[in-house]
Each structure stands twice: as C-alpha cells, then as structure tokens.
Write a protein that binds this ligand. Structure first.
Ligand code: PLP
Length: 429
C-alpha cells in the first residue's frame, strides 16, 4: 500500500502539472517545443518526414476506396500492396503473411484469440511471461474468464524469461507460447531463438510481441521459428493507429473483425490507406538506418548510464546491462518518487516516463518492476528514458544536470514539506 503522504505528494505534482498545462498558449507552446528534450521514444516516435510526404497524397489526391473497381480505387489498392511488400521485405517473409491492423494492441489480441480458436482444445492453455505489455496480459485475463488457462512465467533479476521454464510449462493443451521480443519498460531482449526452437520442437505456436523491437534491432522471423509477430507503426517513426500482424505461411488465420472482405477477408473495414502507406515507408526508412541507429543509440545509452550512475547518488539500473534495447535506460533513484521526477522534468521541457501511472492520485506499481524483484517502494522509483537517433550527447548532459536539481527538490519536499522520511530499508547503495 502506498502511504498517504506519497499520495498527497503525487496529487500536488499532478495539480502543478495541470496548472501549467492549462495556462499554455501558442507562444508558450513554441518556446516549449524549442527547448523540448524528447526521451520517450518507447512511448511514441515522431514520424519521419518521408513518411508524412508519402502519406499526404493519399489524403488529398488519391482518396479512392481500395475496394472500388475504378482507377482511383485501384491506386489506393496498389499503395496498400506496396506497403505490404515493404514490410515483408524488412522481415524476409512473403507479402501475403502481413496483415494490417490498427496497432500493437489489435495485433496481440488477434494472435492470442486466433491461437485459442485454432487449438481446438476443451481447455486451451497459453504460456506467456509476467512482464508482457497489458495488450497481452489483459487479453489473457479476458481469455481466462472464457475458460482458457494461462501460465505467467516469472523472469530473473535482469528481466529475462528462462527458455527451460518455457519448455517445462508446455503441456499437451498448450496452444500458444507468447513472449515479447523486448520489454517496453526495462528494454530486456528475450531469448527468442531458444524459445522458438523449443516451440518448434514441441509443435506449439509461437507469438512474439515485437512492438518495441521492430525497427530497433534485427529480427529473424524464420530462423527464430516465429509463427506470429505483432508490431506498431508509431514506435518506429510511422503513424499512430497503424500496425501489422505477421502470420506464418500455412497458418489458417481467422478474422477477429467481421464485415467486408478487406485484408483477404481477414480484417473487415475500409483500410486506413494513408496510414498503411506511412507504416510501409517507415519500415523501409527504419531498415535503411538500423545499423547506424543501433550503434549511435547504444553509445549514447552507455554514456548516459555512466553519467547517471556516477553523478546521481542512490541510482541503479533496472534490467539487463548488456542484453537490452540500444535506446533503453531505466533507472531507480533510492527514496525518490518516479512520477514526481517525471512531472518536474516535464516542467523543464524534458519528456521521460515513469513505470507507474499517477492520474487520480492513485499509483499502481509497475508489474515489470515487481517481476524483476523490486519491492513495492522501489517499483515507484523507476524512471524510463528511451533515446532516439535525433538525441544528442548535449541533451543528455542537460538532462543529467536538470535531473540532479529535480532529485534535490523532491528529497527536500519529501523530508520537509510533507514529513515523508525515506525508510532505512528503502535506501540502496
Ligand atoms: N506491446 C508493447 C510491448 C508495447 O510497448 C505497446 C505500446 O506501448 C503495445 C504492445 C501496444 O501498441 P499500440 O499502442 O500500437 O496499440
């Protein structure tokens, strides 16, 4: 349970934050954008200019319905197929294995529900991990209400699923193993190839939520024996509300949305043509810069981690030090409330994210932080910085300096104004 003082503190920060937001006008917005340091690329990314350029004609000139038989509609249809080919190319798979969706959440839902239907067991069983995104966890909860059994595998301190545990969890009724490619909070990259080898050997479908991995690190669908894969356009500089599901050739995918015959009768509804054009272009652009981006971001990440650990007392890194996404830095500062840091950094024009939500004064500890063994207090201390190719070392230097000030302010407030004392057990070296 979170203490009353902490709730009050969170409310106070939220109040200040809302005051600030309401008072914003155009000029303030311009100034804000000028000094903005965006370090939340796991939340979303800015679309590449090429993506916007590619999309605009499909809002203006080529507005035809892809299902219409005349030339204007045909142009939209061709654009969709080009985008499908672009995504398939980046994964080294056949074009007709890619289905466009509204994003990662829909793709995850589709994969899980399809596996349950397809498995034809009286009590189907799914194996997943305890650190999945809510798009998976809440779908599993919903499926449990319908009689599906779910095993949530624990992870080690680094936030990694152990392949031997996956093997042991599979039973004769298992219809799917779903393990994310990389975690959205702590960036830990999962042993996908080993898990794929196990599911392949045991003839169980393997789905991976690659929302945080696609466009960030190389993905080898065939070598990793991945049957189903989810991705989301806005995580790799594409438009929001776009995504795709890869379903291996030979799988008899079932529609989740019923209606017209779009997406080869698998996903009804008039296609989001500009969005699909945008996600296709984003896929190609991301693939073209992947190696350069990985090298640059991992250098920035390591530099940032080193400075944080050296200069912020009580800071520690969450997640695997080596086997993590090139752009992920997740730290905890002992005794310092994460959402409060996020709110204060926001006032300075720095966008980061905490592992817990503080909206109605009610904080909920991150399931990922708890899964890696952080206790209730520590789970509220986590702060996630996710870097992008546009970030510079100077921006990170500024962030470290501002962060030091924020930590001082919070420690002062916690001790003096609200009388919140950091419990001894809570102070980590
Ligand atoms: N899966 C993971 C790992 C994510 O990080 C997210 C979004 O943050 C999603 C799924 C949901 O994706 P979308 O926002 O496209 O629905």
């Amino acid at each position: 349970m979170i203490s009353l003082e902490r709730r009050l503190f969170c409310l106070w920060i939220f109040y200040k934050y809302m005051q600030r937001k309401i008072g914003q006008n155009r000029k303030e917005w311009y100034d804000y954008m000028k000094r903005l340091i965006y370090l939340d690329h796991a939340a979303t990314t800015q679309p590449f200019p090429e993506v916007l350029d590619a999309m605009i004609p499909y809002y203006s000139r080529y507005y035809g319905n892809p299902s219409s038989g005349y030339e204007l509609g045909e142009e939209s249809k061709r654009a969709i197929e080009t985008a499908r080919g672009q995504i398939a190319y980046t994964l080294g798979v056949e074009d007709d294995t890619i289905y466009f969706t509204s994003g990662g959440t829909e793709s995850d839902n589709w994969a899980l529900r399809y596996a349950v239907q397809n498995g034809k067991r009286r009590r189907p069983h799914i194996v997943t991990s305890s650190i999945e995104h809510h798009a998976i966890l809440n779908t599993c909860k919903n499926l449990e209400k319908q009689g599906v059994r779910v095993t949530y595998l624990p992870v080690n301190k680094e936030g990694t699923v152990q392949p031997e545990m996956v093997e042991r969890a599979i039973i004769s009724d298992t219809v799917l193993v779903s393990v994310m490619y990389a975690n959205n909070e702590i960036g830990s990259i999962q042993p996908i190839r080993q898990i794929g080898q196990i599911t392949h050997r045991k003839q169980v479908l393997f789905h991976t939520d690659a929302v945080q991995a696609y466009g960030q690190i190389p993905i080898h669908v065939k070598e990793d024996h991945i049957d189903l894969l989810s991705a989301s356009g806005h995580k790799f500089n594409g438009p929001k509300g776009t995504g795709f599901l890869y379903a291996r050739k030979g799988l008899k995918l079932q529609p989740m949305i019923h209606g017209g015959g779009q997406e080869r009768k698998m996903r009804a509804g008039t296609e989001n043509v500009p969005g699909i054009v945008g996600i296709g272009r984003a896929a190609v652009c991301s693939a073209a810069i992947l190696e350069k981006k990985m090298a640059y971001e991992s250098r920035l990440r390591d530099y940032f981690i080193r400075r944080l650990l050296e200069e912020i007392p009580g800071s520690s890194i969450n997640g695997d030090r080596r086997n993590r996404l090139p752009n992920n830095v997740n730290i905890s500062i002992a005794g310092v409330n994460g959402p409060a840091v996020v709110a204060l950094l926001d006032l300075e024009g720095i966008c980061v994210s905490s592992a817990s939500a503080c909206s109605t004064g009610e904080q909920k500890a991150s399931h990922v932080q708890l899964a890696i063994g952080n206790d209730g207090h520590q789970a509220y201390e986590a702060i996630r910085f996710t870097l992008g190719i546009q970030n510079t070392p100077e921006e990170l230097d500024d962030t470290v300096e501002v962060l030091k000030q924020c930590v001082k302010k919070i420690e002062g407030l916690q001790k003096n104004d609200l009388g919140v004392k950091t419990p001894k057990s809570h102070v980590r070296s």
